[in-house]
Structures are given as C-alpha cells and as structure tokens.
Write a protein that binds this ligand. Structure first.
Ligand SMILES: NC(=O)c1ccc[n+]([C@@H]2O[C@H](COP(=O)([O-])OP(=O)(O)OC[C@H]3O[C@@H](n4cnc5c(N)ncnc54)[C@H](OP(=O)(O)O)[C@@H]3O)[C@@H](O)[C@H]2O)c1
Length: 238
C-alpha cells in the first residue's frame, strides 16, 4: 500500500462543509487543490517537504496571488473544489514546485480518494475529477461513473491504479478525513486555513501530535463578490 496525503480547506472552527457543499468560494484554494492533486507535491527528489518548505510555499503563494497568475473563477471543466483557471494553476504550480515543470501526463495520474457524499457533492459534469484516478469509498453503493469504488480505505490503497499513482490524496469529506488521519500511511496533511466562520456542519478532525507543522504561508487576502477572505496554506508532516 502507498502512503498518502490529506488535502482540505478549513474555516476557523475546523469546518469543512455545510449542507453537503462548500460554504465558501476561494479561487486561490480551488486552483491550489487542482494543482496539488494533479501535479503532486513532489518533483523527483525535490519535495516541498524539504528544509526549504517555507520558501517553497511562500513562492507558491506569491504566484497564486500575483496579478499574472491569479486564478479566475468559474472556468469551465472545473469542479466546485477547484474552479480555478487550469492554465493559471499549472503555471503557479510549476513555481510551487521550485520552478520545475509539472510532470508530463504520461508519467501517470495521481489518485484522489473521497467519500460517497463528497463525490455526490460534485456536479455530474465535473466528475470524475479530470486527469486523476478517482476512487469513491462507500459501504452501500458500487457504481460511480468514471470512478472506482471500494468499501474501505485499505482496499482503496491496494488498488493497482492507486499503487501505480505517483501520489495519492484523500480529499474528504469529514467522515473520511476522520478515519484517514489516524492511518499509519497518512504522512502529510495539506491545509488551506480560512480565517472566517461559516457555520459548518462537517468538521476536520484534530491533528494529533504525530504530525508537526513544517510549513506555512503568510496570510493572504482574496476579494470575492460577496466577501473578502483571509487564508493561508499549511503543511503538516510526520
Ligand atoms: N473543505 C474541504 O476540504 C472538503 C473536501 C471534501 C468535502 N467537503 C465537504 O464535506 C462534506 C461531506 O463530508 P461527509 O463527512 O458528510 O461525507 P464523506 O466523508 O464525503 O462521505 C461519507 C460517506 O462515505 C462513505 N465512507 C466513509 N468512510 C468510509 C470508509 N472508511 N469505508 C467505506 N466507505 C466510507 C460512506 O458512504 P455510504 O453511506 O455509501 O456507505 C459515508 O456515508 C460536504 O459538505 C463537502 O462539501 C469539504
């Protein structure tokens, strides 16, 4: 089985969702999610979990938020988790990885594993998430068009497509995060912290002291149509 990362966006109460959807719209986070899950957080021997973590994340944040790389909302083909401009996100992602080019697609797709409710929260036209192997966890259903299904995390991590994937990400929601964060193969937690409260009804679990925060970006601000949101990226590792 492969080790894996969790990737999530949290509000100030550690909330991740409300009414089976994301209660915020943060373009930088959507582009970040898309880029990290598509292109991975490692490039060859270089990984942003290196001693240079902080500067790597800061560089990413500068590109994500600079006028030239700022992702635009509502681009077609992106899910609600990731409605950034694909071109912008890949440009920013190259810098996130220390200026190295994203790996060519033929080197293998990363895998994203999610709970059945998260899958259902994605509009049909946006699922499966493109350019990634999608795996849906469910104990009650087996048919998810364009995705593999599994009845438990262990089986999902043992799928040939998951084993062959360069990187594996568990992308939610709350029920799956709660179980996955306790798994010994969970090595990284990649967070977007949003400095606001949204009255969420699903929450991220407590991050145990098995993990240490090895990198944070500075707080950044994004002006949306209805709200201005302050946020930062964090990397936790064990
Ligand atoms: N902020 C973020 O980063 C983020 C990311 C993703 C989702 N979300 C939000 O999170 C919310 C959904 O989270 P949720 O906790 O309600 O649901 P969820 O974790 O997405 O899905 C729960 C379902 O997944 C299946 N499942 C969970 N653990 C399993 C396991 N170990 N083995 C097999 N199946 C398993 C079960 O499906 P069956 O009932 O079919 O057995 C369970 O009912 C939504 O609001 C969504 O928008 C937020």
């Amino acid at each position: 089985m492969k080790h894996f990362s969790l990737i999530a966006a949290l509000d100030s109460d550690n909330g991740v969702g409300r009414d089976q959807t994301l209660p915020w719209k943060l373009r930088a986070d959507m582009a970040f999610f898309r880029d990290i899950t598509m292109n991975g957080i490692c490039r060859g021997e270089k990984c942003f979990a290196s001693t240079d973590t902080r500067s790597e994340i800061q560089r990413a944040e500068l590109l994500y938020l600079s006028p030239h790389a700022r992702p635009e909302a509502g681009s077609r083909g992106a899910s609600p988790l990731e409605q950034g401009n694909p071109d912008s996100s890949s440009a920013a992602g190259a810098a996130f990885h220390g200026g190295q080019k994203a790996k060519p697609r033929d080197q293998g797709k990363n895998a994203v594993i999610m709970g059945r409710k998260t899958w259902e929260s994605l509009p049909k036209k946006h699922r499966p998430l493109v350019d990634r192997h999608n795996v849906v966890l469910s104990r009650t259903e087996t048919s998810f068009a364009g995705a593999e299904s599994c009845t438990d995390i262990e089986t999902a991590l043992s799928l040939p497509t998951v084993i062959a994937a360069p990187e594996v990400f568990i992308i939610g929601g709350g029920a799956v995060f709660a179980e996955a964060i306790k798994h010994p193969l969970c090595r990284r937690v990649i967070l977007t912290r949003i400095d606001a409260r949204f009255g969420c009804d699903v929450f991220f679990p407590v991050i145990s002291d098995r993990f240490a925060c090895t990198g944070t970006s500075d707080w950044q601000v994004e002006e949306g149509k209805t709200a201005t949101l302050r946020f930062r990226f964090e990397l936790w590792e064990c």
